[in-house]
Ligand binder design. Structure first.
Ligand code: PLP
Length: 383
């Protein structure tokens, strides 16, 4: 167990009290906490609709289903992401492909996207859905991306799992100004937590309705939606949905955490600025100091990629929980078995070769951060 992990939740008395209150109430699930949590996310993001589920992975799956993704369709995403951004396409039976990254931001690259869309248009192999990941909490260039996809009628899902509280062009991420659906994660390592949870936001009432129905077995109890006049005990199943519901226990924690979001991000940004200054003279590439980022992760790249393993092991040996985000998805055995090969997305692979994630979380003290920085410096010298 690392003494200094790469990420960690911050919980307070307020959070404990919020959870305890639910445990003492009548509803552990399907009570008032889930809609209250959804309302808080809608307000924060400016989205008209927010639908809470039990994970961001579930939210990505439902988002794909709501957009009609199925066998014979294609989903594109970035190779530098968690596997869930791609797997959601596979759940629906769609083919998955990737768009290489911008090495500066590690987000999907608009130029690469433009090129790939033009090729796909020529061969009638355009994607139905593009999943845009906001890597480390900094928004991808959504206006550019949406301008490129518009003429091809590609639906956009923002995988904003890292980006709760981030903004883009001064508007909150999740407002879906340039996308159909945005998805947030509340896993404990993310910016705010609910234990486990995901939320999908959208401005589109039809999509919101589909998301809600699919999260609970594809069932409706709404008289307006029903084919027949329902008896008082009645419900109708209209689609093959899941049980992806969130409990009220989780929702209450998520809601309480959201009230602390601004202070969490302010602290993360202050620590990111400290790293930025302290690492200026080391042979590492630092992340862009984006003030609109939620600063989920602090990602560096070692200039000498061949020393990454030695640096990683030296820091882990001292109890510093460095990590690597991410192993390019197309190099995973599952995706290799589908035909992808090493070398398919060279910019992603080049980034990955030297990538290292340094600890960043609100409770990281400046003293601990100085320990991390000194250990990194020494590990690089020794490597
Ligand atoms: C964490 C994460 C997910 C999955 O989130 P869960 O809530 O754990 O399902 C999806 N995409 C990205 C980019 C993530 O970092």
């Amino acid at each position: 167990m690392a003494l200094i992990p790469y990420g960690k939740q911050h919980l307070s008395e307020q959070d404990y009290a919020a959870v305890l209150e639910v445990l003492k109430s009548d509803y552990l699930t399907q009570g008032p906490q889930v809609p209250a949590f959804e309302a808080a996310v809608a307000e924060l993001t400016g989205a008209a609709h927010a639908v809470a589920v039990n994970s961001a992975t579930s939210a990505l799956h439902l988002a794909c289903l709501a957009l009609g993704l199925g066998p014979g369709d294609r989903l594109w995403t970035s190779p530098i992401t968690f596997v869930a951004s791609a797997n959601c396409g596979r759940y629906c039976g769609a083919e998955v492909d990737f768009v290489d990254i911008d090495p500066n931001t590690r987000n999907l690259c608009p130029q690469q996207l433009a090129k790939k869309l033009a090729q796909a248009a020529a061969t009638q192999s355009l994607p139905k859905v593009l999943v845009v990941v906001h890597m480390a909490g900094a928004s991808a260039p959504m206006a550019e991306i949406a301008a490129l996809t518009k003429r091809y009628q590609v639906a956009i899902i923002e995988d904003a799992s890292h980006a709760m509280g981030a903004s883009y062009q001064e508007a909150a991420v999740g407002g879906c100004q340039f996308s159909d659906i945005s998805v947030f994660s509340f896993h404990p390592v993310k910016v705010v937590t609910a234990g486990e949870a995901g939320v999908a936001t959208t401005q589109n009432a039809t999509l919101a309705k589909a998301l809600r129905q699919l999260r609970s077995h594809g069932i409706t109890r709404d008289a307006e939606d029903s084919h027949a006049v329902l008896p008082p005990w009645g419900y109708e199943q209209h689609a093959l949905g899941m049980n992806y519901r969130l409990s009220d226990i989780h929702a209450a924690l998520g809601r309480s955490q959201l009230t602390q979001l601004r202070s969490f991000i302010a602290r993360r940004f202050a620590l990111a600025e400290r790293y930025h200054q302290a690492l200026a003279d080391l042979p590492v590439k630092r992340p862009v100091l984006d003030p609109e980022s939620a600063w989920h992760l602090y990602l560096i790249e070692l200039e000498h990629a061949d020393t990454r393993r030695a640096v990683f092991e030296a820091m882990r040996a001292q109890g510093i929980g460095v990590n690597v985000h991410y192993i390019p998805v197309h190099t995973q055995p599952y995706y290799q078995a589908l035909g992808f090969q090493h070398g398919d997305f060279p910019l992603a692979e080049q980034y990955y070769a030297g990538a290292l994630t340094l600890p960043l979380y609100p409770d990281l003290t400046e003293q601990q951060q100085d320990t991390v920085i000194a250990a990194l410096q020494k590990a690089i010298e020794d490597a």
